[in-house]
Design a protein around this ligand. Sequence first.
Ligand SMILES: *Cc1c(COP(=O)(O)O)cnc(C)c1O
Length: 393
Amino acid sequence: MVKFIPNEDGFYGEFGGAFIPEILKENIQELKDSYSDIIDSKDFKEEYLNLLQDYCGRPTPLYYAERLSEKYNTNVFLKREDLNHTGAHKINNTIGQILLARKLGKKRIIAETGAGQHGVATATVCARFGMECTVHMGAKDIERQAPNVGRMKLLGANVIAAISGSQTLKDACNEAINDWVNSSDDTFYILGSVVGPHPYPDMVAKFQSIISYEIAEQFKEKTGKDSPDNIIACIGGGSNATGAFYHFINDNSVNLYGAEAAGMGIDTDKHAASLSKGEIGILHASRSYILMDKEGNVKDSYSISSGLDYPGIGPLIAHLYKSKRINCVAVTDNQALKAADNLMKTEGIIPAVESSHALAVLDEIKFDKNETVVVNVSGRGDKDLETYLNRLN
Ligand SMILES: *Cc1c(COP(=O)(O)O)cnc(C)c1O
């Protein structure tokens, strides 16, 4: 049995913890003391599940992809997180966290964002609950992701440019943490993945676990079997993967595959492959695998998909990888693009370029004719049209 609930200090094996400045200790302690009780309470669950159903459109379908299955000579099911409100799995988490923030009496929300997906999901729930919203975003990402910046503004969020470092996601995280340090205790930080200090990784994992609970139910209904043979998900910070795996972590009959971004190749220095190429260190208040140089400085990551372009990885994923519970497949930009094209032409679905990394595993691993494979399609490709048009023509 692999442990997937952290210990009291937030460690999964040697990974995780809460390496935070003194000034945040009280805030984190408040969250740590209350989050489980609140999330597990009947009231909270009811409101959360109602919103997921009527506001986000859950349950998302588990779709048997007939033509894709034919092509790969196996049985492929797609978990359609792309059909969620705002276009990805991120809303499962932001709805949960804003309900929690409200229960704790917080008035102001801050968040970090890379591609803008988590920023949009946060701005959305802030509008829905009438809360003030500040989103930190790398200056370079603000330029690259104009449509999402526009969405956040229309939804009433205040977008602040992070102008330090490489001006991308990791710098936005630093700025969000700074903001939190300097803001009064009426501020709640909505974190976008299973990263950061305890209890965030556990909290976000619990909110995203709705994905695998639905997979279990839907798979049983469709096939009569309790669990699929394989589940594949892409890994940036690890939240959609954790959500897709959660219910099956201790079911060893299910093979779990995480696709990380190999960018231009893991033997170049343009990738975001923190499992294949990372060292153990501390980033954003948690111990995990991180891309570092020889001096121990965090390196800039690279991926065609901004959602996977992060030099760290969540501590639970690190632990599952070290315990050999999950298999890691490194997928390059080009492999992901090819898989995206393939899904578009065989199934009429335009996936997020992040999700295309998961789909590319079907090209790398040969599954048997009788096996079943669930691929988590974490988001839709509207935001990636330009990338696809530039690269697939
Ligand atoms: C943000 C994002 C990801 C990566 O984040 P995880 O926390 O690893 O899930 C993957 N896919 C999509 C569509 C995203 O928006």
